[in-house]
Design a protein around this ligand. Structure first.
Ligand code: AMP
Length: 502
């Protein structure tokens, strides 16, 4: 088979998941199994809106028309798979699905450059499910993921697509979970295993995971596995697989090491690239502050005072710096957590949960520890230390601006590091704006804004009965005075010194 490269480059206006004309023209191998070489540009913001829209329509979808009308019927999927897709509200395949599914159904190897949010999980899960032999009880599909969270998420996705296929068994296996329980479930028979490399290797070495009947291996978020130091494990697993197997590699970025793996282990893979240009990055306002090393802690505390944020992640270069920064912030009254290589897996889970539920607002982390972290309420990323390379920068700022929200990223850069700025700007395809260390005036203004907001909320929540009238009147008066004070400050351009944290 020939090596074909498909790069998706459809402009936002002419591509929607439901825009059949655009999709037919640009989707390379859709339905025909032919590899096309059209160039198409995918603006993910348009795609996300479409995915969202089709997801929201889940109920009406099942009511409108027979399932064979769905865009997925063209792939020749069995009725039980189409039925499950109709139930969860997938109307039309997303661009990566249109491009990848026919290739995978043909049994080809595939390299996909795409991020979370493109529909990449279904792009590999659906064709691999379609090709499954449910009567064979040993694993036919193995998916390796960098984190246990992703393993669970991918296993859940497989289960939802296989909802009408009761013979299909999916098992997530990852470290920290009960080993014996996993062995028992493997013995009972599973066709699809989704796991983290370390635990998968443990089972293979012990002979409890029999991969002799494996048909397909998926490396999901391969660049994350590389960054987390799993690449030797991944190569070990690749080396143990049957000669005849399909390998699918998905990665958000393509560092040279991932390219090497793809050349070494994949057989003339189809290549699909979904560009995220103008999507995630455009929702993130990126700024930099020039600051000398010894000034960084002061600059950080001013940034946190001046920016009203829900959740914040601060990236530091070393474990020691994460601890120093966290201690300094704690002393100023912040609820801070640390995530570095010394934090045990179960503690890590708890920390992420606390960040999600708002018990902790500020997380200080190293790159490796924050891999794959997906918390919607992160609205600010501070690069306390410049990342090692531009890919790490892209990953770091991608912790904010999630789930369609906007986000802020602020990079601390020493005068000597200024020369690296151009490289980062090229990686994100846009300029990173300069910013000053927030002044006392800015900080005070922000405090008044927050106070006003709290008073307004208190007023809204105070019932309008007679007993509480006095309370309401008092709150309104304070609110008015705060407003006046703010107006005076603005007109005077006041620069009075900031008081301690209030
Ligand atoms: P992923 O990139 O695999 O993490 O998927 C992103 C989100 O899009 C998930 O919530 C999927 O359930 C959803 N999704 C994937 N494919 C489709 C589709 N064809 N139609 C609607 N939603 C989809």
């Amino acid at each position: 088979m020939t090596n074909n490269s498909v790069e998706s480059l459809i402009s936002s206006s002419d591509l929607g998941v439901q825009n059949d004309a655009a999709n037919d023209v640009h989707s390379p191998a859709a339905a025909t199994g032919q590899a096309g070489d059209d160039s198409c540009a995918v603006d993910l913001s348009a795609l996300e809106a479409d995915l969202q829209a089709s997801g929201d329509d889940a109920v009406s979808t099942t009511l409108i028309g027979p399932i064979n009308d769905s865009g997925f019927a063209a792939f020749g999927f069995a009725p039980e798979l189409l039925e499950a897709l109709a139930t969860i509200g997938y109307l039309e395949p997303s661009p990566i699905q249109k491009a990848a599914i026919p290739e995978l159904l043909l049994g080809r190897d595939l390299v996909g450059q795409a991020q979370t949010g493109t529909g990449k999980t279904a792009a590999f899960a659906l064709p691999l499910l379609a090709g499954l032999d449910p009567s064979q009880r040993t694993p036919q599909v193995l998916v390796l993921t960098p984190t246990r969270e992703l393993a669970i998420q991918v296993a859940d996705a497989f289960n939802s697509y296989a909802a009408k296929m009761p013979q299909v068994r999916v098992l997530p296996i990852y470290g920290g979970a009960d080993f014996r329980d996993q062995i028992a479930r493997l013995r009972r028979g599973v066709q699809i295993v989704v796991g983290t490399p370390g635990r998968v290797m443990d089972h293979m070495r012990q002979g409890t995971l029999d991969l002799s009947g494996l048909r397909s291996l998926v490396l999901d978020e391969a660049d994350e596995m590389l960054r987390m130091g799993f690449i030797d494990d991944v190569e070990w697993v690749l080396g143990q697989l049957p000669e005849q197997r399909q390998v699918v590699l998905f990665s958000a970025t393509m560092p040279s090491e991932i390219r090497r793996i793809s050349h070494q282990y994949l057989n003339e893979p189809a290549e699909i690239t979904i560009r995220t240009k103008g999507s995630d990055a455009s929702r993130i306002r990126q700024r930099f502050i020039t600051v000398n090393g010894p000034q960084k802690l002061e600059a950080l505390s001013r940034v946190l005072e001046a920016e009203t944020k829900e959740g914040v992640i601060i990236f530091a270069r070393t474990k020691a710096i994460t601890v120093t920064v966290a201690e300094a912030l704690e002393a100023k009254g912040y609820d801070v957590a640390v995530l570095n290589g010394d934090v045990a897996q179960n503690q890590r889970e708890r920390t992420i949960e606390r960040l999600k539920n708002g018990t902790v607002d500020v997380l200080v982390a190293t790159d490796v520890a924050a891999r794959g972290l997906d918390v919607d309420r992160i609205t600010l990323v501070v690069n306390y230390d410049i990342p090692f390379d531009s890919e790490a920068y892209v990953h770091r700022i991608g912790r904010t601006g999630r789930a369609g929200r906007s986000g802020d990223a602020i990079l601390f850069i020493t005068p000597r590091e200024r020369r690296f700025l151009g490289g980062l700007e090229r990686a994100v395809g846009r300029p990173i704006e300069p910013m000053e260390i927030p002044s006392n005036a800015t900080i005070n203004q922000n405090r008044l804004d927050r106070l006003r907001q709290r008073l307004t909320e208190a007023l809204e929540h105070t019932p309008g009965d007679e007993q509480r009238d006095e309370e309401r009147a008092l709150l309104s008066e304070i609110l008015q005075r705060v407003g006046q004070s703010q107006r005076q400050r603005r007109s005077a351009g006041s620069g009075r010194p900031a008081a301690g944290r209030g």
